[in-house]
Design a protein around this ligand. Sequence first.
Ligand code: ARG
Length: 484
Amino acid sequence: MDKIWDGRIKSSTNKLADNFTFSLDVDIKLYKYDIIGNVAYAAGLKKIGIISNQELLKIINGLIKIKDYIENNKFSSSEYEDIHSLIEYELKNEIGEAAGKIHTGRSRNDQIVLDEKLYLKNAIIEILESLTNLELTIIKLAKKNVNIIFPAYTHLQKAQPVLFSHYLLSFFEKFYRDINKLLTNFEECDYLPLGCGACTGSGYEIDRNYLSKLLKFKYKAVNSMDEVSGRDYFQDFVYNLSCIMIHLSRFCEDLIIYNTNEFSFIEIADEFCTGSSIMPQKKNPDILELIRGKSSLVAGNLLQFILLQKSLPSTYNRDLQEDKVIVFNAFNQTLSSVKIFKELIDNIKINTENINKSMKNQFLEATDIADYLVKKGETFRNAHNITGKIIRYCIENKINLNDLSINKLKDYSKFFDVDFFKKIALIECINSKVTDCGTNSSNVKNNLKFATERINKIKFKIEKLKLRIPDFNNLMKEIQNEMD
Ligand code: ARG
């Protein structure tokens, strides 16, 4: 196989070296973006007179054929080193010498950045859409179970009563921050790399505004050396994906616990469980466990990505080729996890009876007892101490709070009064958390509305972002219109 650098390097590369540098198995994924980039770049070269109208037509038709070949698996992919060489060589086979002009003033160093950025913009939209669907499912589930009282845990010990909807919305917030980070990620990667060449810029007055318009980049890279070496947009992406996965893993862990026989707060639908090869009674939450496992892989991807760039000399170095392996893996793992998790929680059953049982006589009201005394005139520290003593008394005597008389309570503090038992009913404890971030019913209902409003705004933003992604057919039309 000929090489693009045959002029300089006389002997053909060692077979092992060929195999070692080969990346087409990975970067074939970028073919669509590479072709779109080639079409736009060819139009840019025509605009400055480097290729003629006729040559442009030939190039475009050749690229359309190559796209078709790739989509129908008509190439044996091991022939070429990478996606750029595949397309350039096949174009030459298709249309002859005119193909030799397409790389004028361009390098694979700025070309790969272009492909990666186009991939990334699409990937961000895909993950944003899946997260939006997950958020909508969380809201739906919270609305459906808005009044269920649930034990909030700290240290995996029952802490205070909370609305189940408030618990669910805590994950809404986490994913909402991830969504916003991805929106910033999109802005940060939306800089046109073409014109940067290998590292110092292009020797041709290629119209970068025109290329930005065709390829729908909002901004243009400012410094060629930075642009061919920087991969921050990918690093941010892998970081954002690992945030999503870590959030998912925590949600999964909760659900795995709540799904155990011991808790039985929820039941995962059969279609999202697996059985055991030996124990016939088993119904295992493997999907949740796999998401938890995959979260480690994606977090590992982040470290891989950071290390890949550490101490690299300026500007492009071949190490960077490995970035795609990392990003593609992190993206695929995260996208499939978000999608299946959404379906799984959409089909979850809530066992209210068991949840209620679990909160009986567990002293979840303890903080509210202290608060009760504070409102009557005790200092909080005294109130805390008094409440602790009452609870110890109950535990030692194997009785519940409700078994205590007001008179007995008065032994501990003169402030106890007949309104006491009403004030420490679980729903009262919930509604007494009056801050606008707390679990009181009216706040949770407001937050449900607020969540819906925010997600609708995000959906609108995603639709607008889609307009900033080049589409192959539209690009063709645009260029053809210019030629007429
Ligand atoms: N395949 C390379 C990558 O993925 C892009 C080509 C640049 N190669 C080079 N030797 N300058 O990063």
